[in-house]
Design a binder for this molecule. Structure first.
Ligand code: FA5
Length: 341
């Protein structure tokens, strides 16, 4: 019988040495040391032996079991070390290689410009007042002294919704009505920033969606001199001490008198170029004294109160400041443009 034990020992040990990986080793464990393995089978034959041979057989079989288990553990740790070595060889990591750069986001140029505008007007005591982008015809036009069929509506070709009288605001001026109705009868000094929408032919200097910043001051004894002072100060704080600003007479139904504010074109130093339409000047804002009818619509008595208002683009002045010669870059979402600012 001990020869059966010795046969199993030599067979098991030589097959163990041939197991080349962990999966094969696992199979070896099942077939040799497992519940239905060859060693268990051998132990099961003990009952067929003569009684006096049984103790010696049992001892020898148990010794074999210990030896095989020890051999298995040794082979297991060899193969694990081998597997680790292989993995390290095949997936070498060069810790000196530069990392993959992550792209970081940034504020859109319009947002940066808006924040500059807030800072400058903030220093002059203007607060930011937010008004809605979807408006009624009444607030966008009628309460601003632009009745239905008024020719001034042609200046702002409108995007209508499917709901009657609900439109996308064509300018930030309707915010004046909301601000006045909220603050009346207190004095007001606010700016109203945001997107506006017009059904316009898109060109190098005109978008169908762009930002405006409205300004509104209402109080006693405000005159057009206050408006000119505020705007000149704004242009210098925003664009530099030597900025040239000019005021031209104009017309808006919601201001009386009305003016238009131009700044010298920084792209061509006033010589004339594609962006300034070869005039040397770029219009940056419409403005004027708040029309008495509008003051009244806001709840203020025009015999007691006066006010000034202005509305300016955001993208056009930013074009001047950064030398951008086409407004369409702002919203065409080209990362090569956006990451420059
Ligand atoms: C208005 O929208 C008036 N609500 C401004 C105003 C407010 C006047 C308060 C008086 C008192 P206007 O249509 O000119 O005015 O637009 C004002 C500014 O928006 C322009 O000076 C220009 O800088 C900018 N702007 C106008 N149309 C476009 C456009 N299509 N694309 C980009 N910017 C534009």
């Amino acid at each position: 019988m001990s020869s059966a034990i010795e046969t199993l020992r030599s067979e098991a040990l030589s097959s163990l040495a041939a197991m080349a990986d962990l999966a094969a080793l696992d199979m070896w464990h099942v077939t040799v040391l497992g519940r239905k393995g060859s060693l268990t089978g051998l132990l099961g034959t003990v009952g067929t032996l003569p009684r006096e041979e049984r103790p010696a057989f049992g001892q020898a079989a148990n010794a074999l079991k210990r030896d095989l288990e020890a051999a298995y553990e040794a082979r297991l740790s060899d193969l694990k070390a081998q597997a680790l070595q292989d993995a390290l060889q095949s997936a070498r990591v060069d810790v000196t290689l530069p990392g993959v750069p992550t792209t970081s986001g940034r504020l859109h140029l319009s947002t940066q410009t808006l924040r500059d505008v807030y800072r400058v007007f903030g220093q002059m005591g203007f607060q930011v007042y937010r008004a809605r982008e979807v408006e009624t015809d009444e607030v966008n036009f009628q309460l601003l002294n632009i009745p239905p069929h008024h020719p001034a509506r042609d200046m702002q070709d409108t995007l209508y919704t499917t709901t009657p009288n609900v439109i996308l605001r064509t300018h930030t001026s309707p915010g004046q009505i909301h601000a006045m109705r909220e603050y009346c009868p207190q004095p007001i000094r606010v700016i109203l920033p945001g997107l506006v929408f017009r059904n316009e032919q898109v060109t190098v200097r005109s978008e169908f969606m762009f930002h405006q910043v409205e300004g509104l001051a209402v109080g006693r004894n405000l005159t057009i001199a206050d408006l000119k002072g505020v705007f000149t100060e704004f242009a210098r704080m925003m664009y530099g001490e030597d900025r040239r600003v000019r005021f031209r007479g104009s017309y808006f139904p919601f201001t009386e008198p009305s003016i238009e504010v131009d700044m010298d074109c920084m792209l061509c130093d006033g010589k004339g170029c594609r962006v300034c339409k070869h005039t040397g000047w770029l219009e940056i804002a419409g403005a004027g004294m708040v029309h008495p009818v509008v003051l009244q619509n806001g709840g203020y008595d025009p015999a007691v109160f006066s006010g000034f208002a202005f509305g300016m683009g955001v993208e056009r002045p930013a074009m001047l400041k950064y030398g951008i010669d086409d407004i369409r870059y702002f919203f065409s979402n080209d990362i090569r443009f956006l990451e420059q600012f």
